[in-house]
Design a protein around this ligand. Structure first.
Ligand code: GDP
Ligand code: GDP
Length: 501
């Protein structure tokens, strides 16, 4: 058994028979290859523990040993043994007895120490006898459990749809497992993951913070630093912007000021990946500047390579506090292209705040610029309605115009995303929502109280008196009202409903 490596984090265990895709989900959640993924049962024998930062949440995830045949857990699990011969008959491999016992013990301990169990079945194979036995065993453990139906490639369902309506070959009985509605995902295709994380969230937030103080205190200089990621299509002017920011700093200091260039690892001379400078006393680190470097080729909009480069930087989003989405004034493509929207959607999913910077304003006449400024809120609001009114700054990187305002807005938005609201303020909001009752869907839950459980992004758990299946419209209403009330435009919010225990 692994020692409490991430003692303060809440623990999520992935459980299921071999080959359902546990390791694939584990790797997806930790954001890299760690667990062996191999199309052969029994590859993962030891449990793997890793810290996951996914969808704006941090937790510990455990890839458990895939339980195999001949299961001999405890008396109450004797039934599982019956599944053994059938599994052997289906050609699933076995482990030597001593390894099996070790694996089972580990899994059992992990379940006991976990706050949430993800029980995974394979949608393509359908339920096997071992799934049934396993589910029964798990039901007795009394742990919050989510039923995950994996390998639903191209067949995942959106959050607010009635999952019960989905008919999947071989999985008709999945609800009879007694573990609730299945969530359909594809671990390898990265589908259904935001739905999964949103279902995990209330449980994560409800249990993990018991002993954890939410602290908005900044502890060290490094933590105080605002980590900025500049995202945008090729040629919108990202490299020019970073250079302009750095040069502006150098000018202001009026000395041989060299902004700090940070390599990937200390002591290794390589291309810098970060640039650090100061604005209004705030240290700002622009991350992934290596990703902005030119390869001596001007790319054309719509190139296949276009898309690849834009998406490569998305990997850095989890590290950033804030993302500047750089757009360009372009008479041919308009202000926003599909790619910009895709990039922004990914950022919002990660729970990061977005600041829009519209570059190349020098290419427009005064009149044209005034028109763009007038029409842009409408265009941007249509695309980013989950964020309210996204703060927007009009700049010219080449002429170094608007850069100070850009940095000031960035600092202000960062502050907002770190907002910690008092319980009294939150209660007042709950009270107003109930009193005004502007929107009362049939499933209107009886809201009791609100608690902020996290910042960056602000995360609120709303306790209600009975279980509800919230609709997207209702959640959007709550979120918009919350954002308006507390002035959090540009900041993604997480509002989670939780039934009072
Ligand atoms: P584990 O034994 O439960 O940890 O399963 P693995 O993660 O090792 O996956 C077993 C096999 O299923 C591998 O070949 C994976 O590539 C494959 N697999 C896992 N998830 C998916 C998925 O979502 N879709 C498809 N098509 N294959 C998957
Ligand atoms: P990146 O691919 O996003 O890093 O874009 P670059 O910074 O390499 O800029 C692409 C092209 O746009 C270059 O030719 C720049 O000179 C030009 N450019 C960048 N910023 C501006 C600007 O503010 N105004 C104008 N007119 N051109 C710019």
């Amino acid at each position: 058994m692994h020692p409490a490596k991430f003692a303060r984090l809440m623990r999520v265990a992935i459980i299921g028979r071999p080959n359902v895709g546990k390791s694939s989900l584990f790797n997806r959640l930790i954001g890299r290859q760690h667990a062996l993924v191999y199309n052969k049962p029994g590859v993962t024998r030891d449990c793997l523990f890793e810290k996951a930062e996914y969808g704006g949440f941090t937790f510990e995830v455990v890839d458990t040993a895939g339980l195999d045949d001949g299961v001999d857990m405890q008396e109450d699990e004797a039934e599982m043994r019956k599944a053994g011969p059938q599994m052997k008959a289906s050609g699933i491999g076995r482990w030597p007895a001593h390894l099996l016992t070790e694996a089972l013990e580990n899994t059992s301990l992990v379940v006991k120490s976990s706050d949430l169990v993800l029980f995974m079945v394979d949608q393509r194979v359908g339920l096997t006898p071992l799934d049934w036995q396993f589910a029964r065993w798990l039901a007795m453990k009394n742990k919050p459990t989510l039923l995950i139906s994996n390998k639903a490639d191209g067949n995942v369902s959106p959050l607010d749809e009635n999952l019960a309506n989905i008919s999947v070959t071989g999985m008709k009985d999945v609800k009879k497992l007694g573990l609730g509605e299945p969530l359909h995902i594809s671990a390898t295709q990265n589908e259904g993951m935001s739905e999964l994380i949103m279902h995990m969230a209330p449980i994560i937030m409800g249990v993990d913070r018991k002993n954890r103080q939410i602290s908005t205190e900044w502890k060290s200089e490094e933590e105080r630093r605002l980590r900025l990621l500049i995202l945008g299509r090729p040629n919108v002017g990202k490299s020019t912007l970073v250079n302009a920011l750095v040069e502006t700093q150098a000018d202001e200091k009026k000395e041989d000021f060299v902004p700090l260039l940070v390599g990937p690892e200390p002591g290794i001379t390589r291309d810098p990946v970060s640039v650090i400078f100061e604005h209004q006393g705030q240290q700002i680190e622009v991350i992934d500047t290596a990703g902005l470097r030119k390869k001596g080729k001007t790319m054309q909009h719509g190139d296949a390579i276009d898309i690849k480069t834009s998406y490569a930087s998305l990997k850095r989003v989890p590290r950033a506090d804030l993302v500047i989405l750089l757009l360009e004034i372009n008479k041919q493509t308009g202000l926003l292209t599909e790619q910009d929207i895709t990039l922004a959607t990914e950022v919002i999913k990660e729970g990061k705040a977005i600041l829009v910077a519209v570059n190349k304003c020098d290419t427009l006449s005064k009149e044209e610029l005034a028109n763009v400024k007038k029409s842009s809120p409408r265009i941007l609001n249509m695309c980013f309605n989950q964020l309210g009114e996204v703060p927007t700054v009009f700049i010219s990187s080449q002429n170094r115009l608007g850069l100070k305002q850009l940095m000031t807005e960035a600092i202000s938005l960062h502050e907002k995303s770190r907002t910690k609201l008092s319980t009294a303020d939150l209660q007042r909001w709950v009270h107003d929502i109930k009193r005004i009752g502007k929107m009362s869907p049939p499933t209107f839950p009886n809201l009791k109280f609100a608690r902020q459980v996290d910042t960056k992004p602000p995360t609120i758990v709303l306790t209600c008196s009975r279980s509800v299946r919230s609709t997207t419209a209702y959640m959007a209403y709550l979120t918009n009202d919350f954002r308006r009330t507390f002035g959090l435009d540009g900041v993604p919010l997480r509002i989670l409903l939780r039934e009072e225990l």
